[in-house]
Design a protein around this ligand. Structure first.
Ligand code: ADP
Ligand code: TPW
Ligand code: MG
Length: 578
């Protein structure tokens, strides 16, 4: 057909036998079971947002792309299928890119779909509207990056993006869709045939039997074994197999932050409250979906003590093995398959670890829990972190199916230790980068994807990075309760300007800021509390009502410590003049 004939046909007969790039993108996503898009609309994807909603997809429209991107990333983590973030070109794309890079770093599957300007103009750098070579910029920050130039390639492009995001080690994928693609018209039946339903997007990766045997031999040789569960284990959704392995082996387990709840923190074998002891004194450590990165002190040094260690590591990414120390028994495969193979290989009877080890761990853990208990029960005003967290710990105990989102420094590090988690994938936080700004994006996606109540525990600084999304929360009426730990600043609210000048210290904010009024501005509920009892009552009420709520919790500005629990990574001047 000539262009003129196509145009005529479009007008007359659009419904019956023509389709275009807009429809094909939507149809391709839907065909692959993707029903939600996290977006900020604008040229050239405005109509795509509108039409996706028209086609029955959930389109959650954000105030900033970074938050939409974080939402897509955590949706990917929760669902084991890529979350979709949709942005406009150059600035919108760049705003989404931080989230794409963060998703890749954390092994969360997401696809950043960005509209882009006209290729011919971009490549000659002739100054198009929002001109940028987005594909080239995205490439080093994600697992894979693709561009689709022709409507008939949309199906393949989306299929490749989905498979790249979820197969092997999951991660971020960039998909570049130039403005000109969307109105490209094609015959509807040809369009439908061009779509691809991805078959088995994340195929099982079965470990070799010899590798399974090697791992079991090393485990059996242990006098002081330890299992470390990472967020890869939470992602894998192999909860029953993991529980079987832990319980059959009798080995103490230590959950990394987002792996808390795969087995409840109150499980008798949980060694969370004896972390330093088990890291230092163990002799065989089985890592399941956890990397030996900075969060585990790279598997060496003081944290890991003098005792020689042997590591068994389960990971889908072969290159992860020996990344920091020698891995005595690498087990490459998907966690479900690897853990099931281990359980099968253990047979009917498996020797319990030496009782002196398990007893030592339990004793240490009970001691630490007992030491902490009175601090969590204090009802001081202004609150310290422990008093406030003691109240929230009870809330989560009473509402184990709620999802906890957590960011900040003291607010993060202390909450991680204090608040027990009882079910898998119920704790979402700053992850591998320790990044601030994931809070509202994660909270929104958690509510949208699961329909469960969300409790977001936020440092006042952390909250500020994505705080404008309270409007989004109110607009969609999401059951999210935000608690801002308001200590007037980053780490603490007591720093002063060393020169005595009128500028405040870079570490402090407006004193006693009314974050609660931000929520009220958009029709949600805002509450200010000053004691743990008030805090508990306010959170209970918010969670019972399901209404968007922000609780401004006044925390003693002097209570926190510099950098929370990772002060050791914070370089400080030794020749400070002021
Ligand atoms: P944490 O921060 O909790 O210690 P990491 O993000 O460092 O966890 O590690 C997660 C690991 O899990 C990554 O190395 C990733 O390759 C791995 N992983 C993710 N999904 C799977 C899976 N389905 N099977 C096996 N390994 C996985
Ligand atoms: C994207 C650096 C780490 S923690 C933090 C910042 C700015 C805020 C700590 O203050 P908060 O918590 O949230 O009030 P609290 O309870 O200790 O007072 N930019 C990014 N990521 C990081 N990690 C930083 C800056 C940082
Ligand atoms: Mg603070």
């Amino acid at each position: 057909m000539t262009d003129a004939a196509v145009a005529k046909k479009t007008e007359v007969n659009a419904e019956q036998d023509l389709t275009d790039g807009f429809h094909l993108v939507i149809d391709a996503l839907k065909l692959n079971g993707i029903d939600t898009i996290y977006a900020v609309p604008g040229i050239p994807i405005t109509d795509l947002c509108r039409m996706a909603q028209g086609a029955g997809m959930r389109v959650i429209s954000f105030r900033h792309e970074q938050n939409a991107g974080n939402a897509a990333a955590i949706a990917g983590f929760l669902n084991k299928k890529p979350g979709i973030c949709l942005t406009v070109s150059a600035p919108g794309f760049l705003n989404g890119l931080t989230a794409l890079a963060n998703a890749t770093t954390n092994c969360f599957p997401m696809i950043l779909v960005s509209g882009s300007s006209e290729r011919e103009i971009v490549d000659l750098q002739q100054g198009d509207y929002e001109e940028m070579d987005q594909l080239a910029i995205a490439k080093p920050l994600c697992k894979a990056a693709f561009r689709v130039l022709h409507a008939q390639d949309i199906g393949i492009g989306i299929a490749r993006a989905i498979r790249a995001a979820v197969s092997g080690r999951p991660g971020g994928v960039y998909l570049d869709l130039p403005a000109k693609l969307f109105p490209q018209v094609m015959e509807a039946d040809k369009g439908a045939k061009s779509l691809v339903k991805v078959i088995d997007p994340a195929p099982a990766q079965i470990p070799a039997p010899a590798a399974v045997k090697r791992a079991l031999d090393v485990l059996k040789s242990a006098k002081r074994p330890l299992i470390i569960l990472g967020k890869g284990a939470a992602y894998a959704q192999a909860d029953d197999a993991i529980r079987a392995l832990v319980e059959k082996s009798g080995v103490p387990f230590l959950p990394m932050s987002m792996a808390k709840g795969i087995l409840p923190d109150t499980h008798p074998q949980c060694a969370g409250a004896a972390r330093s002891t088990v890291l230092k004194d163990s002799d065989v450590v089985m890592l399941i979906g956890a990397r030996l990165n900075w969060l585990l002190s790279h598997g060496k040094g003081k944290t890991w003590g003098e005792a020689p260690k042997k590591f068994i590591q389960i990971d889908i990414e072969p290159k992860e093995m020996d990344s920091n120390v020698e891995i005595a028994a690498p087990l490459v495969g998907d966690i479900g398959s690897c853990v099931s193979a281990l359980v099968d290989g253990m047979g009917g009877q498996w020797p319990a670890p030496p009782a002196d080890w398990t007893k030592a761990v339990t004793t240490k853990k009970d001691e630490n829990i007992a030491k902490m208990a009175p601090r969590l029960m204090n009802n001081k005003s202004p609150m310290d972190f422990h008093g406030a967290l003691g109240a929230l710990r009870t809330v989560v105990k009473e509402r184990p199916d709620a999802i906890l989102v957590n960011e900040g420094a003291n607010t993060l590090d202390l909450a991680r230790g204090v608040i027990d988690i009882y079910q898998p994938r119920k704790r979402l936080d700053v992850g591998t980068w320790g990044v601030m700004g994931v809070g509202m994006g994660y909270a929104i996606a958690a509510a949208v994807e699961t329909g469960k109540p969300v409790l977001a525990v936020e440092g006042d600084s952390a909250f500020g990075f994505s705080g404008m999304e309270v409007e989004t929360i109110c607009r969609y009426g999401l059951p999210i309760c935000i608690v801002v730990f308001n200590n007037n600043g980053i780490y603490r609210g007591v720093d002063t300007n060393p020169t005595g000048g009128s500028d405040p210290s870079p570490m402090v904010f407006v004193r006693d800021a009314r974050y609660d009024q931000m929520m009220e501005a958009f029709g949600g509920a805002g509450v200010r509390v000053t004691t743990p009892d008030e805090l508990k009552r306010a959170v209970d009420q918010a969670m019972d009502s399901g209404k968007p709520t922000l609780i401004n919790a006044a925390i003693d500005p002097a209570a926190g410590t510099e950098s929370g629990r990772i002060g050791n990574l914070n370089p400080q001047s030794v020749v400070r003049k002021k």
